[in-house]
Write a protein that binds this ligand. Sequence first.
Ligand code: AMP
Ligand code: MG
Length: 422
Amino acid sequence: MNDLIPPRLRDDCFAMPQGVDWVPVDTALARLKAALVPITQTETLPVGSASGRVLASDCHARRSNPPRPNSAVDGYGFAHAATGAGVQRLKLVAGRAAAGQPFAGFVPTGHAIRILTGAILPKGVDTVVLEEDCATDGSAVAFDGPVKPRANTRKAGEDVAEGALALKAGHRLRAPDVALLSALGIAEVEVFRPLRVGVLSTGDEIVGNPAEPAEPHQIYDANRPMLLAMAERWNAVPVDLGHVRDDPALIAAALNRGANKTDVILTSGGASAGDEDHVSALLRARGNLSSWRIAMKPGRPLALALWSGVPVFGLPGNPVAAFVCAAIFARPALSLMSGSGWVDPTAMTLPAGFTKSKKAGRREYLRARVGADGQAETFASEGSGRISGLSWATGLVELPDNAMEIRPGDPVRFLPYQGFGL
Ligand code: AMP
Ligand code: MG
């Protein structure tokens, strides 16, 4: 038994209401969202090692940024009160203020000091004039007035004030966040442990290792490396559960291995209801299967089950369908499980660069990319065995559940791979 199972997952958590036949994509997504729970284990990491991890608690600024008022430019600092309109001429005090080298003295009203970017404003200085706008002979500085009060200065805490909420629990840390936390004096963060995602391929025809020879009736495993790479992109720990033949005992053994060391398992192949669909047969018999016939193309059969309490996504074998189902269903589900909440893909509206007549009753995903004039171009063939189209594409065009006649220039919804975190 995996002791890391969230207690709230119920055996029938993936069950669709009675009488549901073809499940619309949005219904399936809503069911998934309601059924899954995030992992709870956390660890404390140095901020510099926490990029890609999800915050388990809020982060508050230990220090203001900037901590003290300082100069935004290289120039000359002075008290605004002593300046006015017309040419200003201020005597320079000896010394200078630089970043990391504060000026200890006082700058009397009517005087100026050489000041560099990032230097704390010395006592007596509230305004800075840009070096390029000044003339100097080394003993005095001249510039045109009037100058705005506090020009070219930064207030203490103008970016973030001490104690302010900097980042919320559930946020996945990126490079800019690491910069922010470091600037605020936060050395360590509490993060969720990464989600462990097992990936298993099934099929008598599959050769797991591309370095091995393949007979004419065999094909190389495309799904497992793809799904492992997707899991890695989603900041999970990919766990390779290998490839097994279409043999229920072998599939069960692989799922047992997976359930002991992963939080969620993605399988591909054998997910429909046919004679050779051993994954769905096994999950139906032993894994509280809820087979979802999803009203989408490509994709359709998506088997969802709990195996020893671990959620299993039984993805279709066709690599294009496996990819689309993983991107549409597994990605937000894994995000929720990892503590960063449900995520929707980033979408943009582009003019269609294609013509298509679409039937009602299912959502369609077309392999697409952005053409030279910003139009969404689709891959020549919709065949779901065409892996080259997946690689050719930079995203998916999503066509709604209803019927549609699309002509060049019509607005369509484009979901870039990047918007799936891929
Ligand atoms: P299935 O869902 O098992 O009926 O498989 C549907 C199609 O996908 C068949 O043509 C399989 O040969 C192919 N397929 C299944 N698994 C993989 C895989 N791991 N890599 C590449 N193609 C696969
Ligand atoms: Mg198969």
